[in-house]
Design a binder for this molecule. Sequence first.
Ligand code: HEM
Length: 514
Amino acid sequence: MESLSWILLATSIFLLIFKLLNYPHGTRKNLPPGPRPWPLIRNLNLIGPLPHPSLHNLSQTYGKLMYLKFGSVPVLIASSPDMAKLFLKTHYHIFASRPLTAAGKYTSYNHQDNLFAPYNHHWKHGRKIYLNEVFSSKRVDSTEYIRVQETHHFLSSLHSMSGNPIMLKEHVSRVILSQINRTVLVRKYFSQSKDEKESLTFEEIKEMFDEFSVLNVAFHLADWMPWMGFMDLQGYVKRMKALSKKFHKFYEHVFDEHKDRMKDEKEGFVVRDFVSVLLKLADDLNLEVKLSIDAVKGLTQDLIIGATDTTTATIEWAMSELIKQPRLIKKAAKELDRVIGKERWLQETDFTNLPFIDLILKETMRLHPAGVLLAPHLALEDCKVDTYDISKGTIAFINIWSIGRDSAVWDDVDSFRPERFLGSDIDVNGHHFVLLPFSSGRRMCPGYRLALKMMRSLLGNMLHGFNWKLPGNMRCEDIKMEEVYGLSAKRKSPLVAVLEPRLPSHMYHQVADV
Ligand code: HEM
C-alpha cells in the first residue's frame, strides 16, 4: 500500500512538471495552432535536416500560421502570402529585429553586421550606408565594367571546356566571387593558379564561405536552450571561433592594403570599391554614429557572403530546371538570337528586351528560393497578429519555399513553367507577397537589384553562348533535385553539363581581351 502511494505521488509530480513545462500553450493566451510540445526540447524533434519541407508538412495540418516552441523560444511559422504580409508589412515595425545567436556573436563581429544585427541604431546606420552609398544606382552602375569583364572571362573559359562535362557550380561561384570581390574589395584577393601569390586560394576562401553558411543556419541547441550554452555539446562555438579568426586575418590584410593606398595617394585617392566607401566613413569624425572597424568588417562580410552563395545557388537551380526541359533552352535562345544576334554578347541595357530570361529567374526563385525561411524576424513587443496574442521575443519565420508551393496561389505547383508569369505583374521587388525571394519591408535584401543584374547577365549569356546538354547517356529523369540546407538552399548533387558553342568562334576569343 505504501509503495502504491509513492507511485501515485511520483506520477502526480511528473504530470505537474509536464503541465508546467507545457504552459502557456493554449491556456491563457490565444495562440495560433501548433503541434503539442515535448518537455525541454519542445517541438525541435519535428525539424528534419531540411527544416522548410518539415515545416511545410506541419502547416498542412496546423494551418498557415503555426505556433511552435524550439526549446524555450516561441516560434511562429507563416506559410501563406497573407500571413507573410502580416509580419513584413502590417506589423513590420514590431518584427524588425533579429535574435542574438552564437553565430551572430562569433562570426559576425558581435552582431555588428547588418544581416544578423538586432533592430538598433547600429543596424539603422548600416542600412542607411548600404542604401545611400553602396547600392545607389550611381555606385552600382559604376561597377558594371567589372561584371562585363568577369562575365566575358567566364564565357571564354567555358568555351575552352566545351565538349567536356563540367561541374557548373564551381565555375559560377568563381565568376561571382570574382565580380563581388572586385566590386566590394577592389580586387579578387584569391589566387587563380599556383604561380599567383595571394594569401588565400579560391578553394580556401570557398571553404570559409561554406563553413559560414553551415554554422549560421545550424540548429545550435544553445540558441534555443540558453542554459546549455556553457557546454558547446555540438562543437559549433569552437568552429565559429576558428572561422572568425580566418575572416579576421583576411579583412585585416584587405584593410591594411586599402589604408596604405589611401595614405600614398592622399587627395588623389579615388573611391573605386565598397570597402573604400566604408573605410572613408569610419575615418569621418563628423558622422552622427561612429562606424567602428569591426562594423566595417561586419558590413563588408554581409556583402561578399550575402551575394555569393545566393546567386550561385539560384543560377545552378535555373540551369538544372532548364536542362530538364530542352524546349525552354530553345525558347530562350530564340529570344536571344532575335534581340542580340550572333555577333555580340548580352549587356545590362538589353534586359528590358529579354522578358523570357526574367520569367525563368522568377520561376526559379518561386520553386527554389535561396533563403527558404527568410532570416528570423524577432518581435520587439507584445502584439496581436490576426486574432492571436504574440509575446515579445517570439521569432517569426516566413516559409517562402512553402508559399511557392501554395496551391491556393499557383497552378500545377511542382512544374517548372516560366510562362506562368506571362502577362502577370508579379515581381520580386517586395510588393507581391506570393513571391518573396528577397523578402519585403524594412529588412528586405538591400542587394537585390545588384543580384538581379548579376544573374540576368550571367544566365542570359550562358544561354546565348552555349547549348546545354547532359553528359553521356544521362537522361533528364536522372537529374536529382534534392536539396541541402544552408544560408542558401542548394542542390545536393551538383549539376554536371556539357556545352556546345552557339556563336562564331571569334566571339569567344575576342571576349578574353575585354
Ligand atoms: C539571389 C540573390 C539573393 C537572394 C535570394 C537574397 C535574399 C535575401 C534575404 C531573403 C534576406 C533576408 C530578408 C529578411 O530578413 O526578411 C537578405 C538580406 C540581406 N541581403 Fe540578400 N539576397 C541575394 C543577394 C544579395 C546580394 C547580391 C547582396 C549584396 C551584395 C545581399 C546583401 C544582403 C544583406 C546585407 C542583407 C541583410 C539585410 C538586413 O537584415 O537588414 N544579398 N537577402
